[in-house]
Write a protein that binds this ligand. Structure first.
Ligand code: KIV
Ligand code: ZN
Length: 385
């Protein structure tokens, strides 16, 4: 199986979520948990963007020993110097330097010609290579860039010293089929691509970030950039937990795996949710409260007989203690009987019939029937007999 490097950008792109502002201690706590999760690279922030970011990136680089730490930098010497100062105490200091390559960004934002963009990119990588052992170069808005221009600039930044080439879908525009083509094209046409790892970095504006990341992996990406719970600019980034679990469960298809300790996923998700204040929707894949909950009678009956009927992921895989049978109006006798047993009661079939009628009656009036409700039904019905 191909090993895919996981580059977590929760503390940089994730923190760019509207309304999120993590303090120094919170960032360190998240970094420690990312180390437990065993991500390969932590993007700890953007050191030149503020003194606070500099301080937290430096503290993370000086503290975390189990992952490589990186920081974002524009293609200017001042940013690169500041990033080096923040990262130099880390295990494998890694610069993440970027410049936009799409016609829209080059014309309106940078006001530079394509040749000027190439020159700036090459100069910044060459400058950084004097002191950084690892350099990742990103083509911002790559997925709306001209492919042949990408080939040209990538060849030159690799020659200048970049060892990771990141292809961001900055505005979440591309489709899975198209991004597959981009990665295949770069693999086939960049003359020195064997000297670099291709990386994917997808945003979720059209809800395709995870599918796009997986397609990029399928077509040659050796690194995937993502955030916990998919937080990030606008609609967010590709969600780490969904990609990791998809690779695990569908390893037969992707033939690729990560080094993540998957049973740290739920704990990491909860921590990030708590510290950022960004609530995880109940129906979110892998980490949502309902990800392992079964409500309908048919599903509950199936799962009680054999879990694999309706569960493709075991809750334990991602650090959730067990699945959950939610008792509601769609639930059947089988789950109801199990719950009664679990609560320590043994009832005859005749009693069960009567209790089940009372349960269904209540379930019609409530979203979820709780254990307390069931105790109440048991008490009332038994008192009545
Ligand atoms: O989305 C993006 O283009 C980025 C880059 C700075 C890597 O976050
Ligand atoms: Zn991004």
């Amino acid at each position: 199986m191909r090993k895919i490097n996981v580059f977590d950008t929760t503390l940089r792109d994730g923190e760019q979520s509207a309304g999120v502002n993590l303090n120094f201690e919170e960032k360190l706590e998240i970094a420690r948990q990312l180390e437990r999760l065993n991500v390969d690279i932590i993007e700890a922030g953007f050191p030149a963007s503020s003194p606070g970011d500099f301080r937290s990136v430096k503290a993370i680089a000086d503290t975390i020993r189990g992952c490589s730490i990186t920081g974002l930098s524009r293609s200017v010497q001042k940013d690169i110097d500041t990033t080096w100062e923040a990262l130099k105490g880390g295990v494998e200091p890694r610069l993440h330097v970027f410049i936009a390559t799409s016609p829209i960004h080059m014309t309106y934002k940078l006001k530079k010609t394509p040749d000027e963009v190439i020159e700036t990119a090459v100069q910044s990588v060459r400058y950084a290579a004097k002191f950084f052992p690892h350099i990742q170069w990103s083509a911002e808005d790559a997925c709306r860039s001209d492919l042949n221009f990408l080939v040209k600039i990538i060849e030159q930044v690799i020659d200048a010293g970049a060892s990771v080439i990141n292809i961001p879908d900055t505005v979440g525009y591309i489709t899975p089929h198209e991004i597959g083509h981009v990665f295949s094209y770069l693999k086939e046409n960049v003359r020195n691509i064997d000297r670099a790892i291709l990386s994917t970095h997808c945003h979720d504006d059209l809800g395709m970030a995870v599918a796009n990341s997986l397609s990029a992996i399928e077509h040659g990406a050796g690194q995937v950039e993502c955030t916990i719970n998919g937080i990030g600019e606008r609609a967010g980034n590709a969600s780490l937990e969904e990609i990791a679990v998809a690779l695990k469960i569908r390893g037969d298809y992707y033939n690729a795996e990560t080094r993540l300790i998957l049973n740290e996923i739920k704990r990491t998700s909860s921590l990030v949710s708590k510290l950022t204040g960004m609530v995880v929707p109940n129906n979110k894949a892998v980490v949502g409260a309902n990800a392992f909950a079964h409500e309908s009678g048919i599903h509950q009956d199936g799962v009680l007989k054999e879990k694999s009927t309706y569960e493709i992921i075991t809750p334990e895989l991602v650090g959730v203690s067990s699945n959950r049978m939610v008792l509601g109006k769609h639930s059947g006798r089988h789950a109801f009987k199990e719950k009664i047993k679990e609560l320590g009661y043994s009832v005859s079939e005749e009693e069960l019939n009567r209790l089940f009628v009372a349960f269904k009656d209540l379930a019609d009036k409530k979203k979820e029937v709780t254990e307390d409700d069931i105790f109440a039904i048991l008490t009332e019905e038994r008192v009545a007999t």
